[in-house]
Ligand binder design. Sequence first.
Ligand SMILES: NC(=O)c1ccc[n+]([C@@H]2O[C@H](COP(=O)([O-])OP(=O)(O)OC[C@H]3O[C@@H](n4cnc5c(N)ncnc54)[C@H](O)[C@@H]3O)[C@@H](O)[C@H]2O)c1
Length: 470
Amino acid sequence: MKLAIIGTGYVGLVSGACFAEVGHHVTCIDEIEEKINSLLAGRMPIYEPGLEEMVKRNRNEGRLHFTTNLAEGIDGAEIIFIAVGTPALEDGRSDLSYVRKAAVQISKALSDNLSKNLANNLTNNYAVIATMSTVPVGTSDEIEAILQENLPDDRSVKVDVVSNPEFLREGTAVYDRMNPHRIVIGANNQRAADIVSQAYAPYKAPIHITNRATAELAKYACNAFLATKISFINEIANICDLVEADVTQIAKIMGEDPRIGPEFLRPGIGYGGSCFPKDTRALDQIARSQGHYFALLKAVIEVNNVQKERFVDKMRQAIGGFRGKTIGILGLAFKPNTDDVREAPSLRIIPILLDEGAKVKAYDPIAGKNALAMLGEREGFEICKSPYEAAADADLLAIVTEWPEFKELDLSILRSVMKKPIVCDGRNIYLPDVMLNAGFEYYSIGRPNKPSEGKAAIVSINHESIIGGN
Ligand SMILES: NC(=O)c1ccc[n+]([C@@H]2O[C@H](COP(=O)([O-])OP(=O)(O)OC[C@H]3O[C@@H](n4cnc5c(N)ncnc54)[C@H](O)[C@@H]3O)[C@@H](O)[C@H]2O)c1
């Protein structure tokens, strides 16, 4: 099939490469010239495991193209996907300006292309517009209205608008997109649903065809439920901290119940990233706009916000205030295997430390540049080249992202370079007894520092299952 994707970010670029990988001819379009030039030069604008090789392979085989020219990019496409950003507005509603702009551009380009193609005796007067971006209920209707308003009055160009939410996760986006659990297609008619189903047929995933509102709401329901699991286990961890219980063991016990499942029961400093925070707030606003008070979701959001402050409190208490202290930070990305720092806990924590008079030395394997761009140059804030450099002379080291390399650190070197061997582990990547034996004062989330009789054995047996985070 011939496909076009507007927006070449985490979703658009990965989807483009994965559609090309299964044999479709794909053009990825972005308005940022620098991004497209970098892709044309073979450089990835984002980091995702496996992406670079896949893009290279499909470009070499002539199935994947990049352009800033939207009219050229969508010409002849059977499906035009919209994968532009939908960031949160101040009040939590989704900012749909990028989606609306793309809809206007599509209708203009379709009209222009039609006259050009008619002159060349080509007939290409039908296209499906499929929205991959996460958008509030009713957005497909709005896109349809924008298209109808801007397409020729004589109805010589016909379009159908479909909601096609994307479920990939950053860090494993290529894998997720090649092995989807399910495909959701919200359509008003069978013809449009069939065309989009055909594009996804090679992935052999179940396809759910629904009405558009159902598809739009399904995406928010999934993200809000996952966020609920995270906030729930974080609240259990907070109680554990008060009663000397071990949240790791509780999560394991809960997760072995198939009705609960083990995923997303890892306590930490709360969820971040470009999706969960904005999507939970947007769903809250969707409910509110319909006069519904979504009490549970409000609590999930509140718990998540407070969780980062609790962690900073733990750090503050551990060293008796931040003024004049040096804090090492390990991890800036919102989760491992990505360079994305949007709504990353690090961006909430670091400014508090700096404001309260600390010097902050931070390290991340790949997200340092993006974090610096978001936080800006600030006195006392430094991006380091290694975890040991970040820890050097620190009064406290905080683990903020659970990158695999942090689990492999040489603890004796780490201890020897720090001014005081105090570690606050916001992702529970170490075992408390290992850290205590290595000579650290160690604080984590929802786990007692001194293992009780018989407990150490259980913890170490399950070591593999407790590392990692949300
Ligand atoms: N990132 C994720 O993990 C993820 C997962 C599932 C769904 N989503 C949703 O997918 C959407 C895109 O997310 P993302 O993370 O890929 O965003 P992103 O910011 O990485 O990429 C969006 C891209 O769209 C481009 N763009 C915006 N308007 C354009 C226009 N008119 N013409 C051409 N290009 C345009 C921007 O320049 C940018 O490169 C969002 O709605 C998001 O909620 C994201």
